[in-house]
Write a protein of this length. Structure first.
Length: 149
């Protein structure tokens, strides 16, 4: 069962895709399309300074008639980034994502980004945990406690 964010990252990997705040929105969109991701971290060296998502693009670029090849990421990114620690639980992540209405959550340990989780990662972990629990309860009910011969 996956109970902590650290366990989730160990299973899914801790690849982080990031871009400079001085990159263009177009460059960020290219990276997001190439990596098939819905958001990219905005970093200055090892420092997390923001996050740029498809939602930021739609609401702050398209709706304001800005040109993606001329607009910088720092002008549209979300700067108040909600983060989570690896020791937090899957339930903690669900609560944060629901409360702040976000789909991507950088994982930060000792001030350093160590991964990113998405709402899809969290939902997948919850489903796997429920399947594990159901299997365990079925074994308990039938008397099959996982003993193999």
């Amino acid at each position: 069962m996956i109970e902590t964010i650290r366990q989730l990252l160990n299973k899914k990997g801790n690849q982080v895709w990031a871009i400079s705040p001085d990159a263009t929105v177009y460059q960020a969109l290219e990276l997001m399309a190439d990596k098939d991701i819905g958001a990219v971290l905005v970093m200055e060296g090892d420092k997390l300074v923001g996050i740029f998502s498809e939602r930021d693009y739609a609401r702050r670029c398209i709706l304001r008639n800005r040109k993606s090849k001329e607009t910088l990421v720092k002008d549209l990114m979300t700067t108040n980034v909600v983060t989570i620690e690896p020791s937090a639980t899957i339930d903690d992540a669900m609560e944060l994502m629901t409360r702040y209405r976000i789909r991507h959550l950088p994982v930060v340990e000792n001030g350093k980004v160590v991964g990113v989780i998405s709402i899809g990662d969290v939902v997948k972990a919850v489903i796997e945990n429920q399947e594990h629990l159901i299997s365990h309860l079925e074994g308990y009910i039938t008397g099959d406690h996982g003993v193999t011969t």
